[in-house]
Write a protein that binds this ligand. Sequence first.
Ligand code: NAP
Length: 559
Amino acid sequence: MKDHDPYQKVLSRDLIKDKYEVLIIGAGFGGILTAISLRKKGFENILVVDSAGDFGGTWYWNRYPGAQCDIESYIYLPLLEEVGFIPKEKYSFGPEILEYIKLLASKYSLYKNALFHTEVNSIEFDEDRSLWNVSTNRDDLIKAQYVCSSIGLLNKPKLPGVKGLDKFSGHCFHTSRWDYSYTGGSSNGSLNKLKDKKVAIIGTGATAVQCIPHLAETSKELFVFQRTPSSIDIRGNQDTDINWIKGLDPGWHKERRDNFNILVSGGHQEKDLVNDGWTSIMKKLGAVLSDPSNIDEYKDLSSKELDELIQYADFEKMEEIRNRVDAIVEEGSTAEKLKPYYRQFCKRPCFHDQYLQAFNKKNVSLVDTNGKGIEEIDPRGVMFNGEIFEVDCIIFATGFEVGTDYSRRAECSIKGKNNITLEEKWSSGVKTLHGFQTEGFPNLFFIGQIQGGITANNTHLLTEQADHISYLIHYANKIGAKTAEITKDAENNWVEEMKNSALDNEDFLSSCTPGYYNDEGKSEINGLFSLQYGGGPVKFFETLEKWRKNKFFQDVNFK
Ligand code: NAP
């Protein structure tokens, strides 16, 4: 299956041979927020480059029917108060988020220096000139004093490694490259060209959960190939009460974001402002998980008793989810197969009010692979358990690469001082200070989920990171430094801190079903959490703030 942009035509353009103060790789929220933060500090000469045809990042690519953000729009969408934007609903759908991202790009004049449908192939640091030489797949030769790489967490679509993948004679695509010319319809559904088509969808993760109700609505026949059932909690979307949002006191956005972040990190708050599925799970589990010594009724319990308490809270929550399946799915054996049998945080929780209902339709069949996954693709369709399911179209809702080499996911060769590549530098493990910089690669910043405090509300993390990076770049400029490079000691200290704070969750994750949280169940886990700071996002944000106030000049060589 060839990767291409199904949404926008690639236009021809002239080569770029200019020099920029800052080059940003990635036009998603991370890239945009960094550019905006720099703009506010007076940087004009910024170039944003992306392989997509516009701003949007994950929301550019993931336009499948029903795409929606599970994080409340009032905290997910950044800069709401500043821009005066009011989301239509508590949980925004993809098109609204994409429009908002484009609005931000226009408002902060980012379109004037943006290169789309352009992949950065290599960046090499020129020590004599203290500049990065940047080459692209469009033969541009760009120079930049600073490079900020914001490639996103889930940027590289993944297909199942099964036999016959390229042998299928029908139509196929990945959910992040939805082919509306084949299915008809739009992100809102109405896939009317599927009325006479037999369709297979592989995977039942957060993406599949959202598009399956639309496929079920119009496909002549739909086969859902499940490896592991997702846990599907209540969505409960609501229209925004305009009077409520307009009546909020200034500063409400930060307060709401912080409140959510603290609650989902297992901390305590007098009020639960967002009050949704995420905070309810964490109120059940998080308080016990995070710091039981703070809670009167738990503080005298032994670790065994605490563990039992956590397991019980987890079991109660999962029973609630399983009971919901029974209440909605009419056919008994289908309901049994749709019940998640693992602990809550083995997999990402999902929220939907039409997914389980789709299995009551006569044209929808669940093919449960009992945790094994599909076996083979045949020219006629999908094979499982010796049976061939003949279909016209296969849709891969099989997710994205997580935990593979950074350079591989960035599809870019990164060469720092002394011609050392990033792959070489990180061959025995990722080494950074706060996830932003690595020694030997001056003026290069990473934005995203590397050795930082991951949180359910990703744009909150990206906002903090963007502000931190722009602070450093601005400081370097102010003192007339051409380069900012972290010291070896600073890097070693953070790597040590990463080890000391590492979540002791390897036993838990290895007991889980395979998925991207545990690197598909491999023995040495290299999944999502192994790259994160175990102290959590609240402590991470505090660490950054303190560091900016007290310590950065010791950890960074400005020259
Ligand atoms: P994903 O969560 O990685 O799900 C991939 C699915 O493919 C899983 O169900 C997986 O099975 C299945 N799979 C993989 N190989 C298979 C095989 N050989 N045979 C059968 N099934 C196979 O990917 P995603 O659904 O695209 O979501 C990725 C992430 O994006 C989410 O976790 C979330 O962070 C984000 N996202 C968020 C939203 C939202 O806010 N609602 C929506 C979409 C995506 P297993 O279940 O056994 O692993």
